[in-house]
Design a protein around this ligand. Structure first.
Ligand code: PMP
Length: 360
């Protein structure tokens, strides 16, 4: 509390990011779903040939080189792409552009009860009422729970975080068909790690109310440059641009735009690293199940694991931390019996499994 803060800041409950190691501290970092592999080697080349003289000039406001790369990758057009400073910023702008204020309608945006914990934070910060829809058995999202409700919008992470479970394109269609009058946001931060998944971006020409949000932080190993994007009908993109230009006209700097463009266009490297993570996820899942953990079949670059009876999640989290392995524990009682573990390199995951074996 501070008397110089306005009421909103005095009442805010901000998002808490996973802990960052101190500079120089050696840890195995499996707590914020970063990619263990470096970005495409072409990124290093692009940085080496970057003309620093250009840094005196403002960047292109719309990050058009990134929009064109996204359009080429997804088979859509530049006008269907919006670029922001990480998908967190894109999501925040979506909340401000698409979901109505509670004092205007009294209606809620629907989100899964267990999902990305930024959604309720945006909702309260931007005065949007949020209805958290309970999950079904084994963390399943039931599409029918998002149909036939008088809401002001829907936001779902697919695959969901931190559960790793995936909705099919047909299930997303069902939600879209039932909600033609409100915006439906699908957050695909982890979709590139899903097996047999076709992105919902394939539906944007069919559904004028669909906005798909994506990041370069995960499958492109670029959490450090802050680049994310949204894909949707041209009118939705125009709305996002209006919100952005009421806040910060230059969210993507020149270096980040060049790096993002380069990484997006190196399809071979993207495919190779994402397949490596999928393969590691498979054996980590099997190993942990073998040790008595209960896991969902994760489609993301993390697993969602409940330790065996012998040890509770918080104790195991603390034991691993003492050994220099950071994973994610959530104190929210609905999920405090589980741990979210990012998929690292094979070597890191072997160290994790060995450390767990010593504790249970
Ligand atoms: N969506 C989900 C579901 C996430 O877990 C994250 C990462 N914390 C983000 C979006 C944001 O990613 P970024 O801002 O790095 O693009």
């Amino acid at each position: 509390m501070n008397k110089y803060w306005n009421k909103k800041i005095n009442q805010a409950t901000p998002y808490v990011a996973g802990e960052q190691p101190r500079p120089g501290q050696k840890v195995i970092k499996l707590n914020t779903n970063e990619n263990p592999y470096p970005p495409s080697p072409k990124v290093a080349e692009a940085l080496r040939s970057f003309d620093t003289a250009d840094l005196r000039l403002y960047p292109n406001t719309n990050s058009d080189i990134v929009r064109d790369a996204v359009a080429a990758v997804y088979g859509i057009e530049r006008k269907n792409v919006f670029v922001g400073n990480g998908s967190d910023e894109v999501l925040a702008l979506c909340w401000q552009t698409f979901f109505e204020k509670e004092y205007n309608t009294g209606k809620s945006v629907l989100t899964p009860e267990v999902s990305y914990s930024f959604y309720p934070v945006y909702s309260s910060f931007y005065d949007v009422r949020c209805e958290q829809v309970p999950l079904r058995e084994e963390w399943r999202i039931e599409p029918g729970d998002y149909c036939g409700k008088d809401c002001c919008g829907i936001a779902i992470a697919n695959p969901n975080a931190p559960t790793g479970r995936l909705l099919s394109i047909d299930e997303i269609r069902m939600i879209l068909d039932a909600n033609p009058d409100v915006p439906v946001l699908i957050d695909e931060a982890y979709a590139d790690f899903a097996e047999g998944y076709k992105t919902a971006a394939s539906l944007i020409s069919e559904y004028k109310n669909l906005i798909v949000v994506m990041t370069l932080s995960k499958s492109y190993s670029l959490a450090g440059i802050r680049m994310g994007f949204a894909m949707g009908d041209e009118e939705l993109i125009t709305g996002l641009t209006m919100a952005r230009d009421s806040f910060n006209s230059y969210p993507g700097d020149r270096v980040a735009q060049k790096v993002a463009e380069t990484a997006l266009l190196d399809r071979d490297y993207w495919e190779k690293t994402r397949q490596a993570i999928i393969a590691t996820r498979r054996w980590v899942t099997d190993e942990l199940r073998g040790l008595g953990f209960t896991l969902t079949d994760s489609h993301a670059n993390f697993v969602w694991a409940k330790p065996p009876k012998k040890i509770d999640a918080q104790t195991l989290y603390n034991c691993l931390k003492a050994k220099g392995i950071l994973i994610r524990y959530f104190s929210n009682p609905k999920i405090s019996d589980h741990l979210r573990i990012t998929i690292g390199t094979d070597e890191e995951m072997k160290a994790l499994i060995d450390a767990i074996r010593e504790e249970i």
